[in-house]
Design a protein around this ligand. Structure first.
Ligand SMILES: [Zn+2]
Ligand SMILES: [Zn+2]
Length: 566
C-alpha cells in the first residue's frame, strides 16, 4: 500500500518523534481520552466517562486517570472533541478542575459539552471554540483539521493532526451512512485526498463494531420503520425513548409523529434541553404548533399524541423507568400506550432495560424494541465500513481504539487483512504510549491510566472502598462489640454480635450466642496474656469471629470488631 504514497506524510528525518498516549477507551467502551504530543506540547483528544459495571455498587461514573495530564498541565494547549457523546465529553467537568485550556469541536459538540461543564459550575473555567466542517486550525505545535463523519449524534468529526511526522488521523466514532438524515456524509473524499497527497502515517479508528461483518444500516431506515409503526397505531398514544443526544433520531420521531397528525412533547430533563439546543442550532425542526408542554399531555387524545422520552437504557431515575413503575409525574402508562425503545442497551444495561420492558407490559402497554422491529441502528461502523476507511486512508501504521479488548483484536486483524505491515499494527491498551518517527511506529512506555471512580458529590473513591462494597453486597457484615474493663483486665459483659446480610438474626440466635462466646474466650485469653492495646485486642476478636463464621457458614462476610476500653 505505501508504495503509491508521494511523500511519507511529510515526515522529516530530523523532526522529533510524535507521541500518542492513550488514557482511556482502549479495553472498554467509555472514558475515551488520548494525548497527541508534538514537540513537547500536548493536545488532549476527547475526555469521556464510562458508566459503571454492575460490579461497581454505588458508583455513578468512571473517569480516566488524569495523573499524567496533571503532571504535564503546563504543556497542554487545548482539548479537541470528536463529538458530543458522554463517553467523549463527560469527563471535561472533572479535568477542568486541573487544567484551564480551550476546548475545540463542532458547534453542536461544544454546545453539548458546555451543558455539562456549566452544570458542574465550571463554565467560566474555559473557552469553547466552535469550528466548521473541514476547518484547519493551529493548536499549539500542530495543525488540527476537522473532517465530517456520520454517527449517532449529529456534527461528529474525525480529526487529522498535521504533525512534523505526517498526518495522524483519528476517526472518532463513525459509520459510513450514505443517507444520513441531514445529508452530511462522512467526508471520505477529503480523507482520500490526504492519503493521496501527504499520506496518512497513523490511523486511529473506532473498533466498537469490528466483530460484526457487513455494513451498518442507514439512520434514515429507522425513520421508515417509525412512520409505518405510527400509522399502524392510530388510536394509541406513542411514547418513544431514545438517547437525548441522538438529534437525528429525535427529528425522525418528530417527523413520523407530525406526518400522522400527532403533537409531540419531550419528557426528561436532558431531552428537553437537547431539543431546545438542537432547535436553536438548526439540527431540529418542529413544525409550528406541533410541540406541546408535557404538562398538557392529558388534554390530547391518545391517537394524537407522541411523547419523546429519555431512559432508553433503563436508568433507574429516568423518565421511562418512572413511567414503568407508575411514578412518573406527568405520564400514566396504560392500555392506550405503545412504548417504543429506540435504542440498544449498552453492555451491562440489558438487565435494567429488560426489567423496564417487563413493568411496562404489567401496565398493559404494548412495547416495541430493537428485538421486535427495526427501531434502532448502530452509530458505529461494522467490519465492511472499517475496511473501506482503511482502503481510502491507506495508513502506514494503525492502532485500533474505542472498544473492549476483543473489539481491538478483531479490528487489528482487519487491518492486517487490508495489507498494513504487521510491525505497523499495534494493539494498545489504556496507559500505553506509542511514538511515530521517520522509521515507523513503536511502543514508548506506559503512563498511569487506572479507573477513577466517582461517587455522588463525594468525588473520587479508591479501589478499597469498592472492594468493601462488593464484599458487603455479596457476603454481608458481622460486627462484634467487645467491652473490656481496663483495670480488671477482663470483659465487662459478653461481646455483642450484630449482623446485616450474613444470617437472618432472629433465626440464628443460637449461632450468634456461640459466636459471642468464641470471641469472648479469645479476647479473655489475650487479656490474660497481657494484651491491653485496642488494636491487638481487635485483631484477636476479628480472627476468632472470622474463623467461627467461616467454619459454620462457609461464608466470608466483612468482620468489624469494635473494642471499647472502659
Ligand atoms: Zn459516540
Ligand atoms: Zn464513543
Amino acid at each position: 500500500m505505501p508504495e503509491k504514497r508521494k511523500a511519507q506524510g511529510g515526515a522529516k528525518g530530523g523532526a522529533k518523534p510524535v507521541r500518542v498516549v492513550f488514557l482511556g477507551g482502549l479495553g472498554e467502551i467509555g472514558r475515551n481520552c488520548a494525548c497527541i504530543e508534538v514537540d513537547g506540547r500536548i493536545i488532549v483528544l476527547d475526555c469521556g466517562i464510562m458508566f459503571p459495571d454492575p460490579d461497581m455498587p454505588g458508583i455513578d461514573l468512571v473517569l480516566p486517570e488524569f495523573t499524567y495530564l496533571r503532571d504535564h498541565a503546563d504543556q497542554v494547549d487545548g482539548i479537541v472533541l470528536t463529538h458530543g457523546h458522554e463517553d467523549h465529553t463527560g469527563g471535561l467537568a472533572y479535568l477542568l478542575r486541573d487544567l484551564k485550556v480551550p476546548i475545540y469541536g463542532s458547534e453542536l459538540t461544544v454546545g453539548l459539552a458546555r451543558h455539562r461543564v456549566e452544570e458542574a459550575g465550571l463554565g467560566n473555567r474555559t473557552d469553547f471554540i466552535a469550528v466548521k466542517d473541514g476547518e484547519r486550525i493551529r493548536i499549539g505545535a500542530c495543525d488540527v483539521e476537522f473532517i465530517p463523519t456520520t454517527h449517532s449524534v449529529p456534527d461528529a468529526c474525525a480529526i487529522a493532526f498535521h504533525t512534523p511526522q505526517g498526518v495522524i488521523l483519528h476517526s472518532g466514532d463513525f459509520k459510513l451512512d450514505l443517507q444520513p438524515v441531514d445529508g452530511r456524509r462522512t467526508d471520505l473524499s477529503r480523507m482520500g485526498e490526504l492519503a493521496q497527497t501527504v499520506g496518512i502515517r497513523l490511523l486511529l479508528s473506532d473498533s466498537t463494531n469490528a466483530e460484526e461483518p457487513g455494513f451498518t444500516a442507514s439512520e434514515s431506515s429507522v425513520g421508515i420503520t417509525l412512520r409505518r409503526l405510527f400509522a399502524s397505531k392510530p388510536d394509541k398514544r406513542i411514547v418513544v425513548a431514545c438517547f437525548a443526544s441522538h438529534l437525528h433520531r429525535v427529528q425522525q420521531i418528530i417527523d413520523a409523529a407530525t406526518a400522522n397528525g400527532r403533537k409531540v412533547a419531550t419528557l426528561g430533563r436532558s431531552m428537553g434541553k437537547n431539543v431546545e439546543l438542537g432547535t436553536r442550532l438548526g439540527f431540529i425542526n418542529v413544525p409550528q404548533g406541533a410541540q406541546i408542554d408535557i404538562e398538557h399531555v392529558d388534554t390530547v387524545p391518545p391517537g394524537e399524541m407522541c411523547v419523546i422520552s429519555t431512559g432508553s437504557q433503563g436508568e433507574p431515575m429516568s423518565a421511562l423507568s418512572l413511567m414503568a413503575t407508575g411514578d412518573n409525574k406527568w405520564l400514566r402508562i396504560g392500555q392506550d400506550d405503545v412504548v417504543v425503545i429506540s435504542a440498544h442497551p449498552i453492555p451491562g444495561n440489558e438487565w435494567s432495560v429488560g426489567r423496564v420492558i417487563d413493568e411496562l407490559h404489567r401496565r398493559g402497554a404494548e412495547v416495541v424494541h430493537s428485538g421486535t422491529e427495526a427501531v434502532h441502528v448502530s452509530g458505529h461502523a461494522k467490519a465492511g465500513e472499517l475496511q473501506t476507511l482503511m482502503q481510502v486512508t491507506k495508513p502506514e501504521c494503525f492502532v485500533p481504539v474505542h472498544g473492549e479488548y476483543r473489539h481491538l483484536v478483531h479490528h487489528a486483524r482487519l487491518g492486517l487483512g487490508m495489507g498494513i505491515a504487521p510491525a505497523n499494527v499495534l494493539l494498545c491498551e489504556d496507559g500505553d504510549a506509542v511514538s511515530l518517527s521517520a522509521k515507523g511506529i513503536k511502543r514508548d512506555g506506559k503512563v498511569p491510566a487506572g479507573y477513577v471512580y466517582v461517587d455522588g458529590t463525594v468525588g473520587d473513591i479508591g479501589h478499597g472502598v469498592l472492594r468493601d462494597r462488593q464484599k458487603l453486597a455479596e457476603e454481608g457484615v458481622v460486627m462484634v462489640v467487645v467491652t473490656v474493663d481496663n483495670h480488671e483486665g477482663s470483659l465487662s459483659c459478653p461481646p455483642v454480635i450484630e449482623t446485616r446480610g450474613w444470617v437472618h438474626a432472629p433465626e440464628a440466635e443460637e449461632m450468634l450466642g456461640e459466636a459471642s462466646e468464641v470471641v469472648g474466650a479469645a479476647v479473655t485469653q489475650a487479656l490474660r496474656d497481657g494484651a491491653r492495646d485496642v488494636e491487638v485486642l481487635s485483631r484477636h476478636a476479628r480472627k476468632a469471629l472470622g474463623k467461627f463464621v467461616g467454619d459454620r457458614t462457609r461464608r466470608r462476610p466483612m468482620i468489624v470488631p469494635v473494642v471499647l476500653l472502659v
